[in-house]
Design a protein. Structure first.
Length: 388
């Protein structure tokens, strides 16, 4: 088990330097990535442009808004507004929206733009996205189905990632005054938390239910090493997702669950505090890292300290600063010639003998890793109004 006592924390000067570089990198990318979007992952360190038709496109727009908050550069605001129009077109024309990732798409893009600039196009698009998301809710079982045809038994499941899609529904209830979005979000949270967290506080990536009765059936993985292991990004979604679950529900039991799920994540880190792609692996294993999981977990800890007692606040803030120091020193891009992304050594989808994943985006930048790294830096630099 790692002792965190002797690790340095990222300094305020390093936070500022990191944010300055991120802002410059994002501005430098605008000519290629304003009308189009970054792919989910880099190839040989560089993102290629894609249309707004993938579940990750919102993270790039989120980086633009975070950079705008840091720099107040009008070029960033203009680019963010251009991308909001693209997201409005996407939801109006139902372009690749038949899945649960409406929050990943519309919270860091359109909700963020509405909060920052009052964009009415952003508001309209985000409410339409919330309406799309609740079409995937199953009253039998009380959960939002992740992917696939709604009437196929093999698709009758949720995945842990969806905890980050639910803030869109809470926002929609606040914005419209209609409680239906919040009610569905809370039912999904309860179902997910009751089933994806194992007895040892590791987490399932995905959990299946009986289509006829809604009863829990079994857990499995798609993206982890094997069914019984702890996929690093899934565990990190659990850390951040539980912090957000407490934020929106105030249910005290989520505080204890957060502590346990976070402790599992922290006690399975290697010596440099940045996890391998599955928490089954550690120092000495010939396996790729997933730096994105570190940033996601840091954001979860920084969100949760708003609701904890002072001694817990100091504990999680210190560990967050130590993880960010490792990311800044050894994983962050420092030279534009090396990559047009922000953070190296992430893993999107890694094949193993026990999963069904394709092998891509391994040991590369990925869009959510870049986004959550920058969100963590912003959270550390000042009081911040979350997009989630």
């Amino acid at each position: 088990m790692i002792s965190f006592e002797n690790y340095p924390e990222i300094s305020r000067e390093e936070i500022r330097a990191a944010l300055d570089f991120c802002g410059e990198q994002i501005i430098g990318n605008l000519p290629e990535f304003t009308e189009r979007f970054q792919n989910a992952y880099s190839e040989d360190g560089f993102y290629r442009p894609i249309e707004n038709n993938y579940w990750t496109c919102g993270f790039w727009t989120g980086e633009i808004w975070l950079a705008y908050e840091h720099t107040r550069d009008k070029r960033l605001r203009d680019a963010g507004e251009t991308q909001i129009r693209s997201f409005l077109n996407r939801i109006e024309n139902k372009i690749e929206v038949d899945h649960h990732d409406m929050g990943f798409l519309y919270s860091p893009s359109c909700v963020a733009g509405y909060k920052l600039t009052g964009s009415q196009e952003g508001r309209q698009a985000a409410i339409m996205a919330a309406d799309q998301l609740i079409t995937r809710y199953h009253p039998v079982g009380e959960f939002i189905q992740a992917w696939g045809s709604m009437d196929a038994p093999e698709n009758y499941r949720l995945i842990i990632d969806c905890l980050l899609n639910l803030p869109l529904l809470y926002w929609a209830s606040e914005e419209t005054g209609n409680a239906k979005y919040r009610e569905i979000a809370e039912k999904h949270i309860h179902t997910a938390v009751a089933n994806v967290i194992r007895e040892d506080y590791s987490t399932w990536h995905t959990f299946f239910f009986n289509r006829e009765t809604g009863a829990p059936d079994h857990g499995a993985t798609c993206q982890g090493y094997r069914d019984g292991s702890a996929w690093a990004r899934g565990q990190a979604w659990g850390v951040y997702g539980l912090a957000l679950a407490y934020k929106y529900t105030g249910w005290k039991e989520y505080i204890d669950l957060f502590r346990h799920v976070t402790e599992y994540f922290l006690t399975h880190l290697p010596k440099d505090l940045v996890p391998y792609w599955d928490l089954e692996f550690t120092d000495g294993d010939d396996q790729p890292r997933d730096s994105s999981s570190a940033s996601i977990a840091v954001c979860g800890m920084l969100e949760m300290i708003k609701y904890l007692e002072p001694e817990d606040v100091d504990h999680y803030r210190r560990i967050a600063g130590q993880i960010m120091k490792s990311l800044y020193d050894s994983y962050a891009v420092k030279d534009r010639r090396e990559s047009n992304g922000l953070v190296l050594h992430s893993t999107y989808s890694n094949h193993s003998p026990y999963n069904t994943c394709n092998h891509y985006g391994v040991d590369e930048c990925n869009s959510w890793g870049d986004y959550f790294y920058m969100e963590a830096l912003i959270r550390m630099s000042r009081e911040w109004e979350p997009y989630w």
